[in-house]
Design a protein. Structure first.
Length: 168
């Protein structure tokens, strides 16, 4: 991913999340983490897909799909993540022999509980980001319990963590 494509990805995520927060705030929407991920993906990312865009096809978006585990982790070879963006349409982590080796361009990990972005999500995304300069991670926490919808997003790229990259 070139620096220009990374800027396009950041713009896509920032604009989509901003629209998502505005939409759910105005509508009084209620839901949990999974419903929020689904609403965000189908309502705010899919409409931005098209020829010439960073996401050319909705098939570049995966919900609860497998990605390769980062090196050094003691867990299985692949793990499922909340929302995954792939560089090509219909892509998965599985290579031709069936190994989880193909990497996404972005992962968005969502949390609805707690007061802060999940430190374990940030740690995992940081370790994963060190394995590919073509990857950006976003750890989100959203709170719909108050009068206003609140969202905090930490951005991770190449091992560098930017807390409160987006705060709505």
């Amino acid at each position: 991913m070139t620096p220009r494509q990374r800027r396009l990805l950041d713009d896509l995520i920032r604009d989509s999340l901003t629209e998502f927060v505005e939409s759910v705030s105005a509508s009084g929407w209620r839901g949990r983490e999974r419903e929020a991920v689904s609403l965000f993906a189908f309502g705010h990312l899919v409409p931005r897909c098209g020829p010439g865009n960073l996401l050319e096809s909705p098939t570049q978006i995966g919900i609860e799909v497998a990605v390769p585990q980062h090196p050094g982790a003691r867990a299985k070879r692949q793990v499922c993540k909340d929302l995954v963006l792939w560089p090509l349409p219909a892509m998965t982590c599985w290579d031709q022999p069936g190994r989880p080796t193909r990497r996404p361009i972005a992962i968005l990990e969502w949390k609805t509980r707690g007061r802060m972005v999940s430190s374990s999500d940030v740690e995992w995304l940081t370790a994963f980001s060190r394995t590919s300069s073509h990857f950006v991670g976003y750890a989100l926490r959203f709170d719909r319990t108050g009068r206003a919808f609140r969202l905090s997003c930490t951005r991770i790229h190449a091992g560098a963590v930017t807390p409160d990259w987006l705060r709505l």
